[in-house]
Design a protein around this ligand. Structure first.
Ligand SMILES: *Cc1c(COP(=O)(O)O)cnc(C)c1O
Length: 380
C-alpha cells in the first residue's frame, strides 16, 4: 500500500467538507447573482456564510475576502492588482521585493511586473531558509511599493518571521503580501497582528476542494481587477461564483482551524520520529531549519546517491516529492537558494505528513528509505 506523504502538493478533501458541498451541485444550483428568486438568494447566503468562515480564520471582517480559483490566482490578483492600481493613481513607488524561495505563483507574476516597469529585488535567504531581516531592511526604500514573503515554504516548511517583516514594511510605507497557502489551517495566523495587508490561501492545501481559494485584503488597499466581465466580488473578480467549492472552502477552513494545534503537535512527534530514523541511516542532511518549520514538514538530501534511482525505488511504497512538484526535471530553486548542488537537490525527499498519517506509515516510510539506500549503497 502506498503511504501518501505529499500533503504539501495537495490534501485529501475532508468527508465533512464533501457533505457540506453536496446540496449545492444538483438541488440548490441557482446562480447567486440572479437575485430575483429565492434559490438564488439562498445560494448567495451560502457564499456569505463561507466568506464569514474564511474571514474569521484570519481574524478579518467578511468584506476582506475576495474568492478566487486558488492561491495562484490570489497571488496574481494581489501582485498585479496592487501594481496596476498604483500606476492608475500616479503613485511614484514602483519597487517590489521578494525572496528567492517563494513559490512560482509569486515569483512569476513578479518577474512579469519587473518587465513592465516595476523593479524587482529578489533577496537571498540564509542556509537554513530564513530571511536575514537586515537584508530586508537594507532593501526597503521610499520607492518600495510591495514586499511579498510567504508564511510557510511549500518545500522546506520554513516559517518566516512575519511580524518582524510586517513591522519593517510598515516603517517604510510598503505593502506586505503573504502567500499563506501552506500555513492557513496548519498554524494560527492573525493578519492584522502580523501587519499583513494582502494574504493568499488555497482550498486544497487545507483538506478542502481543488479550484478554490481567496485573497484577503485589508481595508483601504487599492487593487485593480485582473479579470473583467462581471461585478462579482465587488468588481474585483468577474465570473460566476463556484458555490459548491466556496461552501466547501468555508467548511474546510473552519474544520482545519478547529484541530490545527493538536494536529500539528501530533504530526511534529511523527515527523521527529521520521527524522531520527533517517539520521541513523547516515549521510542524511536536513534541508531547512531545525525548529522554525511546519510540524508536518521534513526535507532531506541524501549524500552520494543518485536522485533518480532513489525515487524510482521509493515510488511504489511512498508518495513523496523530490524538490518541488511544480518544477519537474529542473532542480528545485528553493534547495538551490539554500546552497544545495544539483545532485543534492535531486537526491532530496520532501515529506509532507497529514491528518491521516499514522505511526505505521512513518515506519513504512523509514523501512522504504532504508531498503532503497541499502540497494543504492551496495558496492558494484
Ligand atoms: C499550492 C501553492 C500555491 C498554488 O495554489 P493553487 O490553489 O493550487 O493555485 C501557491 N503558493 C503556495 C505556497 C502553494 O503551496
Amino acid at each position: 500500500m502506498l503511504a501518501y506523504l505529499d500533503h504539501h502538493a495537495t490534501t485529501p478533501c475532508d468527508p465533512r467538507v464533501l457533505t457540506a458541498m453536496e446540496p449545492w451541485w444538483c438541488r440548490q444550483f441557482a446562480n447567486p447573482a440572479s437575485r430575483l428568486y429565492r434559490p438564488a438568494l439562498e445560494a448567495a447566503a451560502a457564499v456569505e456564510i463561507a466568506r464569514g468562515q474564511v474571514a474569521a480564520a484570519l481574524a478579518m471582517p467578511a468584506e476582506a475576502v475576495i474568492f478566487t480559483s486558488g492561491a495562484t490566482e490570489a497571488n496574481n490578483l494581489a501582485l498585479k492588482g496592487v501594481a496596476e492600481a498604483a500606476l492608475e493613481r500616479g503613485e511614484p513607488r514602483r519597487g517590489l521585493i521578494t525572496l528567492a524561495t517563494e513559490h512560482r505563483a509569486v515569483l512569476d507574476p513578479l518577474a512579469w511586473l519587473s518587465r513592465h516597469g516595476f523593479p524587482l529585488t529578489v533577496l537571498p535567504v540564509r542556509p537554513d531558509g530564513l530571511l536575514d531581516l537586515q537584508r530586508l531592511a537594507d532593501a526597503l526604500s521610499p520607492d518600495t511599493l510591495l514586499v511579498s514573503v510567504m508564511a510557510a515554504n511549500n518545500e522546506i516548511g520554513v516559517l518566516q518571521d512575519l511580524a518582524a517583516i510586517g513591522a519593517l514594511c510598515r516603517q517604510h510605507g510598503a505593502l506586505f503580501h503573504c502567500d499563506a497557502a501552506q500555513a492557513v489551517g496548519h498554524i494560527p495566523l492573525a493578519m492584522t497582528t502580523l501587519g499583513i495587508d494582502l494574504l493568499s490561501l488555497s482550498g486544497h492545501k487545507l483538506y478542502g476542494p481543488k479550484g478554490c481559494g481567496a485573497l484577503l485584503r485589508r481595508d483601504g488597499i487599492a487593487l485593480a481587477p485582473q479579470q473583467h466581465g462581471g461585478s462579482q466580488e465587488g468588481g474585483l473578480r468577474a465570473g460566476t461564483l463556484a458555490v459548491p467549492l466556496l461552501v466547501g472552502l468555508g467548511a474546510a477552513v473552519e474544520l482545519a482551524m478547529a484541530d490545527q494545534v493538536e494536529r500539528s503537535a501530533r504530526l511534529t512527534g511523527l515527523r521527529d520520529q521520521l527524522w531520527e530514523g533517517l539520521e541513523r541511516l547516515g549521510g542524511v542532511q536536513l534541508n531547512g531549519p531545525q525548529r522554525q518549520r511546519l510540524g508536518h514538514n521534513l526535507n532531506i538530501s541524501i549524500a552520494g546517491v543518485d536522485g533518480q534511482r532513489l525515487h524510482r525505488l521509493l515510488r511504489s511504497t511512498l508518495a513523496v516529492s523530490s524538490g518541488s512538484a511544480c518544477s519537474q526535471g529542473s532542480p528545485s530553486h528553493v534547495l538551490a537558494a539554500l546552497g544545495r548542488s544539483r545532485l543534492q537537490a535531486a537526491a532530496s525527499i520532501r515529506f509532507g505528513l497529514g491528518r491521516d498519517t499514522s505511526a505505521a506509515e512513518i515506519d513504512r516510510a523509514l523501512a522504504a528509505v532504508a531498503a532503497a539506500l541499502a540497494e543504492l549503497r551496495q558496492p558494484l
